[in-house]
Design a binder for this molecule. Structure first.
Ligand code: 5GP
Ligand code: MG
Length: 184
């Protein structure tokens, strides 16, 4: 049934059209800032794969892409603060300009860990492109991304690559999950 996933969504935060505009703008910023530098886009799997695919196509300068998989959430909805590397890059990053592409920044713990880890490998530069940042009252994330897509409310969101228990990644928009879906 086509609406089976949509039925679990309480409200839509970002429509497909809004997402297109956001990612186009980020791609334009990166294309301007990295002209002549052939940056390596580091996609953080699995959540950022949809964003990265679109971001790459909105970048108009030569660039490369590689993938890293980390786990910070398990199947739950709260950050554990524990980051596990599940898949590492195949590309040598020494001397490269890296742009880490991430789906969502909550506490920022995952990303600050990744930035430090990659800096230790001697790249020329490391920046972060976060598709979304959670607006948490009175709480700044552990890291300030150079490129920010959208601010989203402090709720559990899914779609456009973001999952709950591996579901909803294929929703073409971003929405808030109905609490009863994860409260059982
Ligand atoms: P942080 O370390 O910044 O607290 O958490 C970052 C990671 O937690 C993200 O890459 C994402 O995998 C997951 N995450 C944080 N907030 C959400 C959310 O609202 N929805 C989903 N699906 N994942 C989230
Ligand atoms: Mg993630």
């Amino acid at each position: 049934m086509a609406d089976e996933l949509a039925a679990d969504i309480k409200s839509v935060i970002l429509t497909e059209g809004q997402i297109r505009g956001i990612v186009q703008r980020m791609g334009a910023e990166i294309s301007r800032d990295y002209e002549g530098r052939n940056p390596l886009i580091v996609a953080v799997l699995r959540g950022a794969f949809v964003f990265t695919a679109d971001l790459l196509r909105s970048i108009t300068i030569p660039c490369e892409v590689d993938f890293m998989a980390v786990s910070s959430y398990g199947d739950g909805v709260k950050s554990s603060g524990v980051v596990r590397i599940i898949k590492d890059l195949s590309t040598k990053v020494e001397g490269r300009d890296l742009i880490i592409a991430e789906d969502i920044l909550d506490s920022g713990l995952t990303l600050s860990y990744l930035v430090e880890l990659l800096k230790g490998r001697g790249p020329k530069s490391v920046s972060v492109a976060a598709f979304s940042i959670k607006d948490i009252p009175n709480h700044a994330p552990a890291i300030n991304p150079e490129y920010v897509g959208a601010h989203v409310p402090n709720e559990f969101i899914v779609g456009y690559g973001l999952d709950y228990a591996e579901k909803y990644r294929n929703l073409p928009y971003v929405g808030v999950l109905k609490p009863e879906v994860y409260q059982g």
